[in-house]
Design a protein around this ligand. Sequence first.
Ligand SMILES: Nc1nc2c(c(=O)[nH]1)N[C@H]1C(S)=C(S)[C@@H](COP(=O)(O)O)O[C@H]1N2
Ligand SMILES: [Mo]
Length: 211
Amino acid sequence: MSFENPLKRVERLRRVKNRPNDNKAGRVPPGQFVTEKFPVLHYGSVPAIELATWDFRVFGLVETPITLTWDEFRALPETTLTTDIHCVTRWSKLDTTWTGVRWRDFIEAVGVKFSLDASHLMAHCENNFTTNLPLDILDDEETMFAWEFEGEPLTAEHGWPLRLLVPKRYFWKSAKWIRGIEFMAGDRPGFWERNGYHMNGEYWREERFGW
Ligand SMILES: Nc1nc2c(c(=O)[nH]1)N[C@H]1C(S)=C(S)[C@@H](COP(=O)(O)O)O[C@H]1N2
Ligand SMILES: [Mo]
């Protein structure tokens, strides 16, 4: 699915009023409603990807830049976890189950040594999509690079073969079709952040828009 112009989309979303909160056991942030569906949202088209030429790059403020092949990536320690996701377009989905390698396990298993000056990450994806995140938010039990959703490989439109999952932030930070991570000194806006979304995107504080 393609989207309207990003700026128009942000303008439209800013006009949506909060509905009465659909809160299950304090799990649903303000202004969100629970859905059983799994909407597909992204800018541009679904990329065509070949696993044979797919690679994953770790670069920026690291001791040694690293490139992993798909087979190397899939050999990393695997975890399955269940968590809630919250989209800035106001849907939340509870108890979603994901399989992949957790952020912490990735850093350890790959032996990523990033500089003490590194404070933020830029996730780089197919079609030049990017999103920025603070490293201390990524350093969480539930952050992972996911390759399965509900026990099945990700579908193409949900990010196959690999997406970032950052349940602590609005879902636009859970970058689909991720191909690399860049460690940065300081913050820099990614794609949606340049187009009006909040730099941080914390949903309990409703950090939806940055201006
Ligand atoms: N590569 C890429 N990842 C992306 C996006 C995008 O445009 N490109 N959109 C984000 C947004 S705005 C949302 S809400 C979620 C939607 O994920 P879903 O389609 O699996 O529900 O993906 C995020 N990840
Ligand atoms: Mo979104």
